[in-house]
Ligand binder design. Structure first.
Ligand code: ADP
Ligand code: MG
Length: 443
């Protein structure tokens, strides 16, 4: 970490004085540059009022002056060692409190996490981050499909740092919470309190950070939160359903920050891991499951672990409704619904969608991008993700060998349209109903 020389600092202040005289306050002479690292110039002020003024009014002027003098891309953050006056200072406290944190699930600890080929690296990195926060992998970015254990690992880190006492102040939140707090703070003019809350923690854990992509202003704020914590070697752990560069509309500077530590993916578990997870979960829940049933369930459910657990719970419920034993006969019945639900094929989806939109299969598989073709193609991908168990790669393969990020993007686009466009919602509902009807042999 390096700081900037006194003459450079003086030039920065002189430049602001010359270009923005109205911004200058007498106390500017007491400001101190702390360090310049990773393109961030940290500046210390005397109190929170000053930080608020600098943040709200002066940041662009400081950035412009610092870039002019240092001749490099620089952003600035303002902080203070005298944080205690927040509540009085703001007058109306934000609703940030312990309650806004996500609840930790007692079961989501490292001991209950089964390690296999698909998650070995993510698990090892999570353990290392918990044991040496801020020292080894910072940030730690864990990504993978839904139900593969991201939340479990994030919470295990929180449990472990709590147990070891390595991070006295921990914040474990969803991305939505961060964005909502930010908006609330902006509306109430309570940015200082917001910044103090998020920038004075030893461990910041944010689940499902992909949602930040859709929040432009929160991205800006998060960028500064991230930099401040990172500069002070506080541990940051993030999870998402895709890698940093695949998060749609995430600013490049955030992508590169997210990639600057360790990016670890979690892949679907192999047969052996699925069986080990079933054994572990059944032990945890005191459900007695014979080995042949474990093998049968693990063979038939292979996409995500949440579904494996769902099957186990269904087995348990069904067994309690009869004599309490779990055997192969019961397992076959319990999984019958599952098998039926996955019986829709991509081919059927393509048939129904092409008929509905009046397009040709060949067009869906071509590189053509006009909306009349790309929309039906995206609807196909969306329905394939919802109604079949094919992986992103497999679905992409059906549509001219497109990669998994294209399928992910299609899925999100249609999801959003369903929420905002009644016409799209109706057509997807009709298509889904047609497919279900076929599945049940009605049409
Ligand atoms: P994600 O956040 O990736 O969608 P979760 O962490 O919520 O997935 O995991 C879904 C369920 O699967 C949880 O109950 C979790 O405990 C379980 N699970 C996932 N991976 C493992 C694993 N390797 N060992 C044991 N349980 C696991
Ligand atoms: Mg999760």
């Amino acid at each position: 970490m390096s700081s900037i020389a006194a003459p450079e600092w003086k030039s920065i202040l002189d430049r602001i004085r010359a270009l923005h005289p109205a911004l200058i306050r007498g106390w500017f002479s007491t400001l101190k540059p702390i360090d310049l690292s990773g393109g961030v110039l940290r500046i210390r002020a005397g109190n929170l009022k000053q930080v608020r003024y600098l943040d709200d009014e002066c940041r662009p002027a400081f950035i412009e002056a610092a870039q002019g003098v240092l001749e490099q891309l620089v952003t600035t953050t303002f902080e203070t060692d005298a944080p205690n006056e927040i509540a009085d200072d703001e007058g109306y406290p934000l609703s940030i409190s312990e309650n806004n944190q996500l609840q930790l699930n007692d079961d989501y600890v490292f001991d209950n996490f089964v390690v296999g080929a698909g998650n070995r690296m993510a698990h090892a990195a999570a353990v290392a981050a918990a044991e040496n926060p801020g020292q080894v992998y910072n940030p730690l970015f864990i990504h993978g499909d839904v139900g593969l254990g991201k939340t479990h690992l994030l919470q295990a880190i929180c449990h472990e740092t709590r147990r070891l006492g390595t991070c006295p102040t921990t914040l474990y939140i969803s991305c939505e919470t961060f964005a909502n707090h930010f908006i609330e703070a902006v509306e109430r003019g309570a940015m200082n309190q917001f910044r103090f809350h998020y920038r004075h923690v030893d461990l910041l854990v944010i689940d499902d950070i992909q949602f930040l992509g859709a929040r432009e202003r929160s991205q800006e704020e998060f960028f500064h939160t991230f930099n401040t914590l990172h500069q002070s070697q506080k541990q940051i752990v993030l999870s998402a359903d895709c890698s940093p560069s695949e998060i749609p509309t995430l600013e490049n500077r955030l992508v590169s920050r997210f990639k600057s530590g360790l990016v670890a993916s979690i892949d679907a578990p192999c047969m052996e891991t699925r069986m080990a997870i079933l054994r572990k979960k059944s032990r945890l829940r005191c459900i007695e499951v014979p080995e042949d049933v474990i093998e049968y369930v693990a063979t038939n459910i292979h996409t995500n672990i949440r579904d494996l657990e769902g099957a186990l719970l269904r087995l348990d419920a069904m067994s309690q409704a009869s004599d309490g034993t779990i055997d192969m006969d019961l397992a076959r019945r319990a999984l019958a619904d599952e098998a039926e639900a996955s019986a829709i094929s991509i081919q059927q989806i393509i048939d129904v969608v092409t008929r509905h939109f009046g397009v040709r299969v060949k067009d869906l598989q071509s590189k053509k991008r006009p909306k009349s073709i790309s929309h039906p193609r995206q609807v196909c991908m969306y329905l394939a993700r919802e109604l079949t168990e094919h992986s992103l790669e497999e679905v992409g393969g059906y549509f001219g060998g497109r990669d998994h990020s294209t399928v992910l993007h299609a899925n999100r686009t249609i999801k959003k349209m369903i929420d905002t466009d009644a016409k799209v919602r109706r057509s997807v509902e009709n298509l889904r109903a047609a497919l279900r009807a076929q599945q049940n042999g009605i049409s």
